[in-house]
Design a protein around this ligand. Structure first.
Ligand SMILES: [Zn+2]
Ligand SMILES: [Zn+2]
Length: 734
């Protein structure tokens, strides 16, 4: 007799799966099922990923599975295929990939379904009720009446307030008058009736053309669409209409949005359009219980529409018919921390391909990767080149900071233009990519600047709170009054949002000013409070970081001022220019969304810089064409594939020594190794960071190399002194 062997993925950093024998008297087993297994001296929860007939270990040495937690799989074969693909592609242990894909409480053994129970009357119970039984026990009688008041029975949760209901119910059950039954998972009965849908605006000709193209190619079958629409062109309307077709056909829809883009407005828009269609929202701000509940509603199929951020790409959604990735260029789709550094956008494409369903990537400023895929014919482009409702695109103008009087970061031209727009009842957005009051605190005498002791960084001044804080490690200390070195006076240098807010308040006394950045907004309701101050018109000027550029529609904003465009112009990161162009276009897109034409001012010390000139003269399209040509010449992505081996250690040399050893351990292959090099900010939170880049024009060659190299890296003796991670398709290089 050959024993069946169950291969189990466990959440451990070990790059392997584990073989077990079935539990005694085991029920049938399927892949994706959760199990408890003995592991070392403890038990662990894992997931069966396959059943095998052979093991590399001797059968007699295999342990038995302790128990099966569920009688159904946690994920279906299709999702398991995606998880395996992700583990292979990112060269990461499957157990940890799965751990990322399911909520914490599911990893810890919480039931896949919420069990709820209803109490109903038996035939005998009805007869008793009609006969006025039980005559003596008035409270039991009242409960019997209550339970009989609804043919479908009464949910146990709804009885919670009933005094001593459990005692009475037990007595009634002993007489066989009532029964307790588990409620089956909610059946899918709702219809996507036209009556349920709110009256929808007629599509613009551009929207209609995009819809016609997608619809003509069929509602099923893999197709990747790049919906390139300028801000205000109505991309969401296209998503809504494509989603509606799928919902009507009984399929489900997954909408992925950037972390910062999942606003209540967006959720509200979907909820309103599809009133009565169950919706699940998955994002990082949920508590563990909320996350479990939302996940369960996708798992049991009751949610028809799933909106979520990065990790929602792993949501278990039966009969998925369409995936939308909104703002596909956004960096938050890439997990950039921890061990499993995946791109949700890229995995969404793989998922669509595996399920053979269409996927729509939307953006006003698509990533160069996606534009390249259009030129290769892998994606088809849909264009929305005009704003909906005839709104005019804004005019863009550069302000030469060298030729202007500048007060607290604001040029005279910017100040007078703000005044003009306020006088014309417009609202103004002021964008600055820096939080806090000032990025530097310096001594006026000896040249001391306040450093972070754990990072190669200066501390940011928070004047209102009277603190010095590090944006990299979270260090937080009191703002000194004098230089700790020489005792002289200290002053702030440069500006952050807090400082700009203060100086605008001085210049425009009596005008309501709101600020939007991660220091002001830590929770969703705080964000809502700021947004509603702008929407109501109580605040006329909004100062903020790129948070102001995402997901909010402020129709009365007529002027956008970009205070410091220059940070991205001279970075060592080859993607910095792309990010700068995207930010400028996205922020500029906030101007003039109503019927008034908007104006955008960009302050710079480099008004002749080709990147800025290109953006102004030819828009994002011209920038992208030039940038792609540069990338091709330099053999950077998307014309090459990259992986970064990153390491950090408590001593400066350890990380680079580890990476140098990793380089020596590299097998011969058609790849180029660059480094090791310390990170631009080598010391962060007390650890020293370095990286080694692997580059190849050939994706297959790169992955074959990584397949052989990663186990060798893991076996290096130097590995014990570092934390390391492999980042395939890294977004940020440092
Ligand atoms: Zn000093
Ligand atoms: Zn720090």
């Amino acid at each position: 007799m050959t024993d069946e062997i169950l291969r189990v993925a466990l959440d451990t950093p070990l790059r392997r799966t584990f073989d077990y024998l079935p539990a005694d008297n085991a029920p049938a087993v399927v892949a994706g099922q959760r199990v408890r297994v003995p592991f070392g001296r403890r038990e662990k929860i894992g997931f069966i990923v396959s059943t095998e007939s052979h093991s590399e270990l001797e059968i007699s040495k295999l342990k038995r599975i302790s128990s099966y937690i569920d009688d159904q799989p946690t994920f279906d074969t299709a999702l398991l295929t995606l998880l395996r693909w992700a583990a292979d592609y990112y060269h990461h242990p499957l157990g940890e990939v799965i751990a990322t894909a399911v909520p914490k409480l599911v990893r810890e053994g919480a039931p896949l379904q919420e069990r709820s129970f209803v109490w109903t009357l038996t035939a005998a119970g009805r007869a008793a009720l009609e006969a006025g039984e039980p005559k003596r026990a008035r409270q039991q009688r009242a409960l019997l009446e209550h339970l009989g008041s609804d043919q479908a029975g009464i949910f146990e949760e709804a009885l919670a307030d009933w005094p001593r209901w459990r005692d009475h119910a037990r007595s009634l059950r002993e007489r066989d008058w009532v029964m307790r039954q588990e409620r089956a998972p909610s059946a899918q009965t709702e219809e996507v009736a036209a009556a349920n849908l709110e009256p929808t605006p007629a599509p613009t000709p551009d929207q209609q053309a995009a819809l016609d193209t997608v619809i003509a190619s069929g509602d099923t079958g893999y197709r990747a669409w790049l919906l390139q629409g300028i801000t205000g062109s109505g991309k969401t309307e296209v998503y809504l209409r494509l989603a509606e077709r799928q919902l009507r056909a009984g399929r489900r829809v997954l909408i992925l949005v950037p972390e910062i883009g999942l606003t209540p407005q967006l959720v509200g828009r979907f909820a309103k359009r599809f009133a009565g269609i169950p919706l699940a929202v998955l994002h990082s701000g949920l508590t563990d219980t909320q996350r479990l509940e939302a996940w369960r509603r996708t798992h049991d199929g009751s949610a028809r529409l799933v909106l979520g951020t990065r990790s929602a790409v792993f949501a278990p959604i039966p009969d998925l018919g369409l995936i939308v990735v909104d703002e596909e260029h956004d960096a938050s789709f890439k997990q950039q921390e921890g061990g499993f550094r995946y791109s949700a956008r890229d995995l969404a494409l793989v998922r669509a391909q595996q399920l053979d369903i269409p996927i729509v990537l939307g953006s006003a400023t698509p990533s160069l990767e996606s534009l390249h895929n259009v030129s290769l014919g892998r994606y088809q482009r849909l264009s929305l080149p005009r704003r909906a409702a005839n709104a005019q695109p804004p005019t863009l103008r550069l302000i030469d900071l060298r030729a202007e009087h500048v007060h607290a970061g604001l040029s005279t031209t910017a100040a007078t233009t703000i005044e003009k727009h306020l006088a014309n009842q417009g609202q103004v957005l002021v964008y600055i990519n820096r939080r806090g009051y000032a990025p530097t605190l310096a001594c006026t005498a000896c040249g001391w600047v306040a450093p972070c002791l754990s990072c190669d960084a200066r501390l940011t001044v928070y004047r209102q709170a009277s603190r010095l804080r590090c944006h990299h490690c979270g260090a937080d200390r009191e703002l000194p009054r004098q230089c700790p070195q020489c005792g002289y006076a200290v002053k702030t240098v440069g500006q952050g949002t807090e400082r700009i807010e203060e100086s605008l308040a001085e210049t425009f006394a009596g005008v309501g000013i709101a600020r939007l950045d991660r220091d002001v907004v830590r929770r969703q309701d705080e964000l809502e409070a700021v947004v509603s101050r702008i929407a109501s018109g109580e605040a006329r000027i909004l100062v903020g970081t790129q948070m102001i550029a995402k997901g909010h529609d402020f129709p009365d904003v007529t002027l956008v001022v970009v205070l410091n465009a220059d940070q991205g112009l001279f970075s060592t990161d080859f993607r910095a220019a792309e990010r700068l162009a995207q930010t400028v276009i996205q922020v500029a897109g906030r101007a003039g969304r109503g019927d008034r034409r908007g104006e955008v001012l960009i302050q710079t010390e480099y008004p002749e810089h080709p990147l800025l000139r290109g953006l102004l003269d030819g828009g994002y399209e011209a920038f992208a064409t030039a940038a792609l040509a540069e990338r091709e010449a330099a053999a950077w992505p998307p014309f090459a594939r990259l992986a970064a081996l990153r390491a950090s250690a408590l001593q400066a040399d350890w990380a680079t020594e580890f990476l140098a050893a990793a380089r020596r351990a590299a097998p011969k292959a058609n790849v180029r190794l660059l480094g090791p090099a310390p990170a631009a900010m080598a010391k962060r939170a007390g650890r020293f960071h370095a990286q080694l880049l692997v580059e190849s024009a050939d994706r297959t060659a790169l992955h074959r190399f990584l397949d052989r190299w990663v186990p060798a890296v893991e076996a290096l003796p130097e590995v014990r002194r570092v934390r390391w991670a492999l980042d395939v398709d890294p977004l940020e290089l440092f």
